[in-house]
Design a protein around this ligand. Sequence first.
Ligand code: AMP
Length: 476
Amino acid sequence: MSFATVAHSYNPDAPFILGDDGRDFTHGAFWALAGRLAQALAQAGARPGDRIAVQVEKSVEAVALFYACLRGGFVFLPLNTAYTASEIDYFLSDAEPGIFITAPGKPQARVAKQLTLDDKGGGTLMELLAGCDGAVADAPSSADTLCAILYTSGTTGKSKGAMLSQGNLLSNAEALMQEWRFASADTLIHALPVYHTHGLFVAMNTLFLVGGKMLFRRKFDAADVLRLMPQATVLMGVPTFYTRLLQQEGLTREACKTMRLFVSGSAPLLAETHRDFEARTGHAILERYGMTETNMNTSNPYEGKRKPGTVGFALPGIAVRVREGMIEVKGPNVTRGYWRNEEKTKASFTGDGFFITGDLGYFDDEGYVVINGRGSDLIITGGFNVYPKEIEEKIDAMPGVVESAVIGLPHADFGEAVTAVVVPRKGAALDGAAMIAELRVSLAAFKVPKSIHFVEELPRNTMGKVQKKVLRERFG
Ligand code: AMP
């Protein structure tokens, strides 16, 4: 199976992307757009195997560029729009792309060839496209064909480019299609960014594979998503989508009448959000777990109990195990390694071929995987390991607390001092000393935070991940 054979297997007249700019694309029109883009890239000098770096606002063309790379035999390299000039410098020197596509008005000296694309279908790439008829032969491909490099968010040290093959992506889309019961009648609300695995691969490829359609929004807006729901069947989101939706009065059972599935991932969903959402809508959010390097690994069941605070079971064809507290995975979904980084690649695999995720976790008594946070967030204080999640859960359960993040700060005696950063509910008067005293009752002394800081909100990146690095810098 290849993306090309999938594209030719269903009705080309079936709608695929309904844009929020009034432009709609059938599956046939989308695949043709990808063909014309492939031709335009080749005319601009791209050769098979060339990396095509793309840092643009979300648009249909931006996602079609991934499929264009597949068709032309190029390697798609999307970059977060938030990256600054010096970060971009690093990616360009590491990846050496043949072409760099940016928003208009951002000249780049470092690349041989630059093209522009805006979110309304304008720019030099689109001028080139006007002269392309799409009459191109698809580049030969196999499961091993490298089709994308996605740089990891790099919470520790420099970002690394995860190399993803056609087989990695298609096998995962197929597993998700089966597990989440996708069919051509599905309509997905797509409000995620498209430079990240979640919006780009999990959402796009699954709907592509089944011949379903998407309501494509350039930005997430809770009121807008609520308005769209009566025309949709599925929402894929990060936890913030759900906390924002819960703030909408209109979020009711009635509003979700046509919806069959709400999926959450990319960051931990608070158990409280899970429960509140179910109480309001009757829908238990399905939480899953994955990462740039591996695509999706585990999922709560479609049928059966979706357990708050867990990420469910291994997807079909994927092996998940826990060794020394660390989650490891193996399967057709897993990257072959990091771009031009033999050393990091070697260090990321066990002798028997499992990928070391860097996530701490365990199987609960019913076999559901529970994530304890990143290994790099583990706190070592006075020689003891402290798992932040255990303490965060206790703090979150206290009255007047919205959420918390527990971090380790450098400390002369202990190495690291356990420190809590807490978001109080509006109007709640919390007393740090009293909270510490209460934690002492149920936690070993070494786990109890030495101090508590109060903030209005936790710093999060666009995928909803709490940026503990930022907190460590701010309070360190
Ligand atoms: P990324 O490569 O940006 O997709 O980030 C992957 C990381 O996000 C994983 O290694 C986990 O640490 C975290 N993550 C993804 N999904 C979940 C989830 N459902 N619960 C907790 N952490 C998650």
